[in-house]
Ligand binder design. Structure first.
Ligand SMILES: *[C@@H]1O[C@H](CO)[C@@H](O)[C@H](O)[C@H]1NC(C)=O
Ligand SMILES: *[C@@H]1O[C@H](CO)[C@@H](O)[C@H](O)[C@H]1NC(C)=O
Ligand SMILES: *[C@@H]1O[C@H](CO)[C@@H](O)[C@H](O)[C@H]1NC(C)=O
Ligand SMILES: *[C@@H]1O[C@H](CO)[C@@H](O)[C@H](O)[C@H]1NC(C)=O
Ligand SMILES: *[C@@H]1O[C@H](CO)[C@@H](O)[C@H](O)[C@H]1NC(C)=O
Ligand SMILES: *[C@@H]1O[C@H](CO)[C@@H](O)[C@H](O)[C@H]1NC(C)=O
Length: 406
């Protein structure tokens, strides 16, 4: 009797211990989840929703073993001087696609031409369209192989003469909406749903709040000393943006960083971009070329900071960024009108702050995360039987990419 009672007490106690252990673990996991995993979770969820929204995932669920075999994708060229093409390593596959929460993970990307013994065995071959030279093409080609024209530069920076590429490419992967695989410099994500809203042909934005105010943002704005910053390395651009900058300088202070000015800031350094928040009211997001759909990190980078981008491009801005998050130079009749508006905002911080109304609803995803999504999209296409049944051809890539685009 005594023994069994003691046994019972011990059992109860150890049960209590188990409860304590479980209880503490739950709390620890919660803390870990809240502070460590959360950031990761936001991006991966985001990408998953985006991918689900833009592809018919049910197609993939019904695929059989054979269809799900690995698709091998070869990077025939470098991407400028990157053999990894933004993927972080020269070879990437399942792990990368899983980290993106891509619905398909059966693609393998490599820069190693001899990974497969015969070049005709790659399902797709990517060429960096802006610099690829035709003389160095693969010497054999299978008829079911897809040659992909991948390009993030404007037609002006596409150095190779594309008239030589008749009946060469099968697919396009570019910033243009009409590409087979649209590939963007940045994405706008809705915080509450983790859904990627833009770029898209028909984004639905929340209404800007006309009485938006935030005291913390007000403080940031009061600390800003200089009107404008411009980072540029191409001083004789096709868009003649430098002429516009020269005119602006007559009315307003513009600090010019990079080759076109006297100031210097380490490219891609975080400090450079932090400085936009701390020191400047406006950022000149002028693209170096005015070409269809050509909107780059020059828009998305400043949106990650507390600064208003001034855009000058031919894009329909509502497809790319929330309303009242930027100033479009095209909306003003003259430089004087634009400058008057900028000066008004600088002397009315409460009005200036209204350009940040969207920050509590949306996040901005920039490269390299934004670029990687393109490789999931490519893998989805290669796995889509309906898409793969069709022939895909660009008989004249030059006319598609260049004619009438700028
Ligand atoms: C290659 O890229 C690195 C990093 O972006 C850069 O520092 C270097 O100058 C580039 N080299 C060439 C040859 O373009
Ligand atoms: C390329 O792949 C082949 C076959 O797997 C391998 O033998 C070779 O070492 C690889 N080359 C590089 C540079 O990784
Ligand atoms: C590569 O494969 C193709 C198609 O099977 C074949 O015709 C060709 O001879 C092979 N090339 C080499 C170098 O083995
Ligand atoms: C590109 O090649 C075509 C055909 O050879 C030629 O007519 C055209 O002038 C070339 N364009 C440039 C910019 O060199
Ligand atoms: C901001 O401007 C001030 C004064 O011009 C300068 O001293 C400071 O270094 C700037 N801040 C950054 C982060 O560059
Ligand atoms: C890819 O393009 C080439 C050249 O235009 C063409 O011969 C081939 O049939 C195309 N392949 C597919 C799968 O569409």
């Amino acid at each position: 009797m005594y023994i069994s009672r003691r046994f019972l007490m011990t059992a109860l106690k150890s049960r209590q211990n188990i409860f304590t252990v479980v209880y503490v673990s739950v709390i620890l996991f919660f803390l870990y989840y809240r502070f460590v995993l959360n950031e990761y979770k936001v991006t991966s969820l985001t990408l998953k929703k985006y991918i689900m929204r833009h592809h018919d995932a049910s197609v993939i669920q019904h695929m059989n073993e054979e269809q799900l075999q690995v698709k091998n994708i070869l990077f025939w060229t470098k991407f400028w001087n990157k053999t990894s093409w933004y993927l972080g390593s020269d070879e990437a596959g399942k792990e990368l696609l899983e980290s993106l929460n891509c619905p398909v993970t059966n693609c393998f990307f490599t820069h190693n031409r001899t990974y497969l013994s015969n070049v005709t065995q790659y399902d797709a071959i990517l060429f960096h369209g802006a610099q690829y030279l035709k003389d160095q093409s693969p010497n054999e080609r299978a008829s079911d192989q897809l040659y992909v024209f991948a390009n993030l530069e404007s037609p002006y920076l596409t150095v190779e003469n594309l008239t030589r590429y008749k009946n060469f490419y099968n697919l396009t992967m570019t910033y243009r909406f009409d590409s087979d695989i649209p590939w963007f410099y940045g994405r706008i994500v809705e915080k509450s749903t983790s859904e990627i809203i833009a770029p898209s042909m028909n984004p639905t934005w929340k209404e800007p709040e006309s009485n938006f105010y935030d005291p913390e943002m007000h403080k940031i704005v009061l600390r800003k000393k200089t009107a404008m910053a411009w980072f540029a390395s191409n001083c004789k651009s096709a868009s003649k943006r430098e002429d516009l900058v020269n005119k602006l300088q007559k009315f307003i202070d513009v600090d010019i960083y990079g080759k076109c000015g006297k100031l210097h800031c380490e490219k891609n350094s975080m400090l450079c971009y932090d400085m936009l928040t701390t020191n400047y009211s406006f950022y000149l997001s002028f693209e170096n070329s005015i070409c269809r759909d050509y909107i780059t990190e020059k828009l998305y980078r400043p949106l990650t900071e507390y600064i208003i981008p001034i855009v000058f491009n031919s894009g329909k801005m509502s497809l790319y960024a929330p309303p009242n998050s930027y100033i479009d130079a095209n909306d003003f009749d003259s430089i004087e009108h634009l400058v008057a508006h900028l000066k008004f905002l600088m002397s009315n911080p409460k009005e200036y702050v209204k350009y940040f109304w969207w920050k509590k609803y949306y996040d901005v995803v920039i490269d390299p995360a934004s670029f990687k999504i393109g490789f999931c999209d490519l893998c989805m296409k290669l796995n889509n039987p309906e898409f793969m049944e069709q022939k895909h051809m660009y008989p004249d890539i030059h006319s598609w990419w260049v004619d009438g685009m700028c």
